[in-house]
Design a protein around this ligand. Structure first.
Ligand SMILES: *Cc1c(COP(=O)(O)O)cnc(C)c1O
Length: 484
């Protein structure tokens, strides 16, 4: 007894450490929900942070796990703090975090059915439910995968398999394959195109309008021009919504264009696809049921820990065409369309039991939890826009369509690069103070501050407090730089 192996696997030590951890996490939740006790971001430079952990390992090797966990909580961004308004990720519903713990301990591989029976069936149930909410019929099916980035790549590999003139999987490709996508799309679409070997010419950027939505009226001309250049366009990617400004492309129009021309229609709904669970806001997704494939993250708007992404195919059979590689030791027949051996259809071999996090919420609270959440955060986006416009010095980049808002502080007489530098300085000052966490983005050469209101416990008072905090920083910087 008492070898390290015995210690590491002993159920009693696990029970003790586990109880301590849950207590720690519950206290953390209380503190961050109270806002001021635990600021949104404890800012440290990368070098400071690395030095801290080097020292920690030197000095605290063999120390208690609780001390380690506490240090991690102390030094990490607090997504659970209502004043966290940064990158798009939802504060995980604590119950869903417990599901992650179950996943962690079970460590089912999920690649083949035998290695994750419950997880595999649960995943199917969750995927089918999302497909139904999006308006797809019985034939729809899909998988869960590790993030929107990978889901988009996987969808485009399926598009290539179905639409490319030759079998790229067997022969590689000679054709100049290409797709059409808004200039405002997430960078991962560009990356997917390059990974597939289509090169820079494979991504044809369609200009966006003044609301940052893809100009669907330009699809035809872009397509004609690509053909004249000898390219074989096989797909259009719509954004629901775009990342920077949260703008929803006209999916119905893009879908119709694809039907006319026999193109694959993929919708990147990493952020906004979740609105299929909101009666009030689902109209932003009108036309999504025309898509051949849709990617949707659970970890951005549906309260699960990262990563958990559904990739839905209108025609479930298409999901089997993405990868058709032999791996005899995993499954007997390569061509069988077995829903239950998931790795046939996913990039991953081993993957998380990611359906469980969503299913735990679904089973406990029902989809009504998501509906209430979505209503709440969509309202916060609206409220933010109204309050910013009412406050001296602020302007919006665009009227927000969802819970992503881009805005800036614009003093009279400060323009161009000086205005950009000014807003960057404001954000840096906020970051170092840490009470709020917001990000910035660049829109057509202009720097904007950007918030994603994804914490349903945030209130109007939090928004007002952020705006006055920005005003105070702006005045300090403005006065200091002597600009008028
Ligand atoms: C966040 C986002 C992605 C990337 O998703 P990950 O889950 O972070 O990989 C892709 N597209 C859009 C539109 C997004 O908002």
């Amino acid at each position: 007894m008492n070898t390290l192996i015995d210690q590491a696997y002993g159920p009693e030590a696990f029970r003790r450490n586990g109880h301590e951890l849950i207590d720690l996490l519950a206290e953390h939740l209380t503190a961050v929900q109270a806002r001021e006790g635990a600021p949104a971001i404890p800012f440290a430079s990368p070098e400071e942070e690395y030095a801290f952990w080097q020292k920690d390992y030197q000095e605290n090797k063999g120390g208690s796990p609780s001390e380690l966990f506490q240090a991690v909580l102390d030094r990490s961004v607090r997504v659970q703090n209502p004043r966290y308004m940064g990158h798009q990720i939802s504060p995980a519903a604590p119950l869903a975090a417990l599901a992650s713990l179950v996943d962690g301990l079970l460590n089912n591989g999920m690649g083949v059915y035998e290695m994750g029976a419950a997880g595999t069936a649960i995943e199917r149930l969750v995927v089918k439910m999302v497909a139904g909410k999006m308006g797809f019929g019985e034939a729809a099916d899909g998988v869960m995968t590790s993030g929107g980035t990978l889901a988009n790549l996987t969808a485009l590999l399926a598009a290539r398999s179905v639409k490319a003139p030759a079998s790229v999987w067997r022969q590689g490709h000679q054709d100049k394959l290409a797709l059409l996508v808004s200039e405002e799309a997430h960078y991962c679409v560009d990356r997917a195109v390059r990974i597939m070997g289509w090169g820079e010419g494979g991504i044809i950027k369609v200009p966006a309008d003044d609301q940052y939505r893809m100009r669907v009226d330009l699809l035809e001309a872009s397509w004609q021009q690509a053909r004249a250049e000898g390219k074989t366009v096989i797909a259009v990617v719509g954004s629901a919504c775009s990342t920077s400004t949260g703008s929803f492309d006209d999916l119905a129009a893009a879908g119709q264009f694809c039907e006319q021309h026999g193109l694959w229609f993929h919708v990147d709904g990493a952020h906004g696809g979740a609105l299929c669970f909101s009666e009030q806001h689902r109209s932003l997704l009108a036309g999504i049921e025309r898509a051949d494939s849709v990617a949707m993250d659970f970890h951005k708007m549906l309260l699960t820990p990262a990563v958990a992404t559904a990739l839905i195919f209108r025609n479930g059979q298409d999901s089997f065409r993405t990868f058709s590689q032999k791996a005899q030791y995993l499954w007997e027949r390569e061509t069988d369309e077995e829903w239950h051996n998931l790795a046939k259809r996913t990039f991953e071999c081993t993957k998380l039991m990611m359906g469980l996090k969503a299913y735990t919420l679904l089973r406990t609270y029902g989809p009504e939890l998501w509906e209430q959440y979505l209503e709440k955060v969509m309202n916060l986006g609206r409220q933010f826009a109204v309050l910013a416009l009412e406050t001296e010095g602020f302007e919006l980049a665009v009227e927000p369509q969802c819970n992503i808002v881009c805005f800036r502080y614009h003093p009279d007489g400060v323009e161009g690069e000086a205005l950009n530098a000014f807003n960057e300085a404001i954000r840096q000052a906020l970051l170092e103070e840490g009470r709020f966490y917001i990000v910035k983005t660049n829109l057509r050469g202009a720097t904007y501050l950007r918030v994603t209101l994804s914490n349903p416990l945030a209130t109007e008072a939090d928004i007002r407090e952020l705006l006055s905090s920005i005003t105070a920083k702006a005045l300090a910087i403005h006065g200091f730089s002597g600009a008028e």
